[in-house]
Write a protein that binds this ligand. Structure first.
Ligand SMILES: [Zn+2]
Length: 563
């Protein structure tokens, strides 16, 4: 069956609750460990059935936010989701309370229970109403962003379609494009401030109700972090501030020189070369064919996976009106189908989708048969699958970029390094915001701009007073939808740097490690995945500096003025 043929029917809540009650009573009555294991597996099946329908709604609504049918269904999941969570949590509580924990750990692993215990900490029936409100606010944000209609270049464009103008060779066009986007956000300033304020307040209340001091640790627990805490992340951000920011400054100076500017501005940062940024050659069909060839030559397993995606129409890549912005990969559990969602825009981003999102989808494909708790890793580990694939794909980049390949290499590495301070900034900002939930809307913007100057000292907004006020985070969906998630991209990026280097030294060994990491899925924590594969742990003092070294050597040897 192709994706569009997958049947959707709204889950029957009553039936789900009946089934969970039946499972609970069976678990409590069971005297036999193998029977208990079977009952727990029945619970997994029920979870998967529900999750399959939720994913179909989530995907189909994001493909067309103006579709009234899936809008209604999405509302159903927003409103009823917490009830289902509650019913599932009761089963989880029952499983945790079972006597023969040792035997069950043998069947499912000790991490399984740790994950369950952590999940229980993040939920209580008394916060159900708050969770509904939180979900709705996030949906409101997505809708507001998807509704962007920006008049530019004689057209009406959404935010994704504005991206190529930010990379225009004509400085005036870049400048005006930045202002046009800023103007859109300015018209939504009050609405966005309101949504965020409500989100902070509700999350803080939820945290207090669950017995946390504030939302921060709850945010970490929601992300399933079992192996590191705020202090580790703080040490990590400090490494970025000390060891990465100064180097990025030199990269920006090189960019300024390449572009022949005497003062580089924020609207220049998107353009890497006077001859234009590296662009993929050819249309979507050509790029898909190139990706197909690449994966065929890279590895048999990965090739099978990619053909599976194409055969079942599991990629939706075109940017369309009313389609949500951004990109993601997800899994439809009952079918074991990964799905890739993206908005192609003619920039190098399109190739990143075919490598990055494909890396995520590959991991889901490889661990689709694991139990639900182990199918998905925590998010920093998940980004290793995607970001490392971007680097494993390097030898094939000429298929996509032709004469722009060297340029692509430079901008990819440069962009990956420059990303670290931005990621740390978004993370730091959120820690401030949730540590001080009483901040005013204006204070939040000042804090953002102050931190922005620390992490991105080269970012000069010129005459864009709106961004200069500290509003860039409006466009960072994670700030609204997934608190504290953003640093995960940087953690994975640092590990991906290791793969970049390792693959150049020994392709076969690096690929083997990579596939093994993918297969592990979420059956280990981030740190133990790294440890068991002899991969570097980013929190360790001095680690970033060490991992950056070979990349610096590479970049410093490129005569970028010639690109
Ligand atoms: Zn990703």
């Amino acid at each position: 069956m192709t994706f569009s043929q997958l049947p959707y029917h709204r889950p029957d809540l009553k039936d789900i609750i009946n089934q969970t009650e039946w499972i609970q009573s069976q678990l409590m009555d069971s005297k036999d460990i193998s029977k208990t294991v079977d009952i727990i597996r029945t619970f997994f099946k029920l979870q998967d059935q529900y999750e399959t329908m939720a994913q179909l709604v989530y995907i189909r609504y994001s493909l067309n936010t103006a579709d009234p049918f899936y809008e209604t269904e999405r509302n159903f999941f927003d409103e009823e989701g917490p009830n289902v969570t509650e019913a599932f949590q009761k089963v989880i509580q029952t499983i945790i309370d079972l006597e023969d924990r040792k035997s069950l750990e043998k069947a499912f692993g000790a991490l399984f229970f740790k994950k369950y215990e952590q999940q229980l900490k993040t939920f209580d029936p008394s916060i159900k109403g708050h969770l509904v409100t939180e979900n709705k606010l996030v949906t409101e944000y997505s809708k507001l962003i998807a509704s962007a209609r920006i008049e530019f270049d004689g057209q009406v464009l959404n935010l994704s379609k504005m991206a190529p103008y930010m990379q225009s060779l004509d400085r005036n066009v870049r400048h005006d494009a930045q202002h046009a986007v800023s103007s859109f956000f300015e018209t939504k300033e009050e609405a966005l401030d309101d949504i965020y304020e409500k989100l902070i307040k509700i999350r803080h209340e939820i945290a207090l109700a669950l017995g946390y001091k504030n939302f921060i640790q709850l945010g970490y627990d929601r992300l399933g972090r079992l192996d590191y805490d705020q202090q580790d992340v703080e040490v990590y951000r400090k490494q970025i501030e000390e060891d990465v920011v100064p180097y990025v400054k030199t990269l920006v100076q090189r960019q300024e020189k390449r572009l022949g500017l005497n003062a580089i501005k924020s609207y220049d940062l998107g353009i890497k070369f006077l001859s234009g940024s590296a662009k993929p050659k050819g249309d979507k069909k050509t790029l898909l064919e190139a990706a197909s060839q690449m994966y065929q030559e890279m590895d048999n397993t990965i090739h099978d996976f990619f053909e599976f995606m194409l055969d079942h129409e599991l990629l939706d890549l075109d940017s369309k009106e009313n389609k949500e912005s951004g990109g993601y990969a997800t899994l439809i559990p009952d079918y074991g189908y990964p799905f890739i969602f993206a908005n192609f825009n003619g920039t190098a981003h399109d190739v990143d989708v075919l490598t990055h999102e494909a890396g995520h989808a590959l991991q889901m494909y490889l661990s689709k048969d694991l139990i639900p708790e182990y199918r998905h890793s925590t998010l920093e580990a998940a980004e290793i699958h995607s970001m490392s694939m971007e680097f494993l794909a390097w030898p094939w980049m000429a298929l996509f970029f032709k004469e722009d390949t060297q340029k692509y290499y430079y901008q990819h590495l440069e962009g990956s390094i420059s990303f670290l301070p931005y990621g740390a900034l978004i993370d730091h900002f959120q820690h401030e915001v949730y540590r001080n939930p009483q901040l005013s809307k204006a204070e939040r913007k000042i804090i953002f701009r102050t931190l922005e100057k620390r992490y991105l000292p080269y970012k000069d907004y010129d005459d864009d007073l709106f961004l200069n006020k500290g509003t860039f985070w409006y466009r960072q969906i994670h700030v609204f939808s997934d608190p504290f998630y953003y640093i995960d991209y940087t953690l994975a990026q640092v590990v991906a740097f290791y793969f970049w280097h390792a693959y150049r030294v020994d392709k076969e060994a690096a690929l083997k490690t990579y596939l093994s990491v993918c297969r592990v899925g979420g059956s280990m924590t981030f740190s133990s995945i790294l440890e068991s594969h002899q991969l570097p742990l980013p929190f360790k003092q001095g680690m970033i500096k060490q991992l950056l070294e070979p990349l610096k050597v590479y970049l410093n040897h490129v005569d970028d003025l010639k690109l």
